[in-house]
Design a protein around this ligand. Structure first.
Ligand SMILES: *Cc1c(COP(=O)(O)O)cnc(C)c1O
Length: 408
């Protein structure tokens, strides 16, 4: 098969001027991958800086509550910066240092990938510019605040709809003008080759650990593994630990938003979602788009899942039937979040809670000698503004109003 293709999906649809930069990147990535000491250095860095290996927690109370399969939770929330995104950015940081570049750029929607990249840049001593739609800059002030304090320059993008896809275009424009000293840190397993493959490699650390942990704790492989899917990086990260084992079912959970039938969702792999094959943002995959290839507005309560495309690797695994897809609605997410908080004292990110929803639907009909793993991609306490709003908490509202008063 052609490099960078997964079945009919993937590729590298990039402007001519970037060909040499991509060739350099592919060369650096492939030589790092062939050099065992690079992975060792990466694992060492992640244990020193980001609490790896993250635990696999047996959720005893939830398991008892449902009375079916045993539920294990892979705790990516315990990473530095609170989610799995750091696995990817630190890996790319090591590669950037190896390539001798001094500057990184990134695009960000909700600000989580921007935060992770700004953190990595501070740690490695790189200059960092983050492109963010003007609309998102206004909505995500706490993340903008931290990115700036971490030393990054946040550039509000005023083109188009002033959101993620415009930020992405702006980042590519920057890269074309600065490619000799700059690396563009793409945040998920999407974009032109080698990004899907490279980001999946860095995230595979989740699956490597989870496989060893479940064998040690449960004595055998899990029956099912659940992960939420935005671009697909946390899902591919954990799935890679089990992909060769046909008896382990892999389940990707997309954002069902207000319901697939309403059109207000971000699901690309569910029948009836309306997604179609297309080429955008440098790769071929399934996209939520009009017949003319205009990207649609997506909706999810979880900012990290609110994206038009999906990894070409997952589009292929879905087409082959190796990964089964489901969707969770905003309402189901809030219920699963409440239950997990009260039963286990664990606060999943809104994104991660999508995976919990589907697992909770399925475990009651499984037997008690079976086991499932839920990949908890991140922690929810950082989402307090969204979660408190979703719970419609009156005391929280009074607090915000009183707080605002002090700035008058
Ligand atoms: C960004 C994010 C996601 C979605 O990204 P993937 O590439 O699909 O993993 C999921 N969970 C959390 C906590 C995130 O920050």
């Amino acid at each position: 098969m052609k490099k960078g293709y997964y079945g009919q999906w993937g590729g590298a649809f990039i402007p001519e001027v970037l060909h040499a930069t991509f060739a350099d990147l592919i060369q650096a990535y492939e030589s790092a991958r062939a050099d065992g000491s690079f992975w060792q250095e990466y694992v060492q860095l992640m244990s020193n800086y980001s609490c790896r290996p993250t635990p696999l927690t047996y959720a005893e109370n939830l398991s008892r509550h449902f009375g079916g399969a045993r539920i294990y939770i892979k705790r990516e929330d315990l990473n530095h910066t609170g989610a799995h995104k750091v696995n990817n950015v630190m890996g790319q940081g090591l590669l950037v240092r190896r390539m001798g570049k001094k500057r990184v750029i990134a695009e960000t929607g909700a600000g989580q990938h921007g935060m992770a990249t700004a953190t990595m840049a501070a740690r490695f001593g790189f200059d960092c510019t983050v492109y963010m739609g003007e609309e998102d800059v206004a909505r995500q002030r706490p993340n903008v605040f931290w990115m700036e304090k971490l030393g990054a320059t946040v550039v509000p993008v005023t083109n188009g709809s002033r959101t993620l896809k415009d930020a992405m275009n702006e980042a590519f424009r920057d890269w074309v003008a600065s490619m000799d000293e700059t690396h563009y840190v793409i945040g998920t397993v999407c974009g032109p080759h080698p990004f899907p493959e490279m980001v999946a490699w860095f995230q595979s650390i989740i699956g490597q650990e989870a496989r060893q942990q479940i064998l040690a704790q449960h004595g055998r492989l899990p029956d099912r593994v659940y992960a939420c899917v935005g671009g697909g990086s946390n899902a591919l990260g954990i799935f890679q630990g089990f992909i060769g084992e046909s008896e382990v079912e892999l389940v990707g959970v997309e954002a069902g938003g207000h319901g697939i039938e309403t059109g207000q969702h971000a699901s690309r792999m569910i029948a009836g979602s309306g997604a179609t094959p297309g080429v955008a943002q440098g790769y071929k995959s399934m996209f939520l788009q009009t017949g003319e290839g205009q990207m649609l507005d997506t909706h999810s309560i979880a900012a990290g899942l609110d994206y038009v495309g999906i990894s070409p690797i997952l589009a292929d695994l879905g087409e082959q039937g190796r990964v089964r897809f489901a969707a969770a609605t905003d309402k189901e997410v809030i219920e699963a979040l409440s239950l997990t908080m009260r039963t286990e004292g664990i606060i999943p990110a809104m994104e991660s809670a999508h995976a919990f929803v589907q697992a909770f639907k399925e475990v009651p009909s499984m037997s008690s000698d079976q086991a499932v793993i839920i990949n908890m991609s991140g922690r929810g306490d950082k989402d307090i503004f969204t979660i408190a709003h979703a719970f419609d908490d009156p005391s929280w509202k009074s607090f915000i109003v009183a707080r605002a008063e002090t700035y008058r």
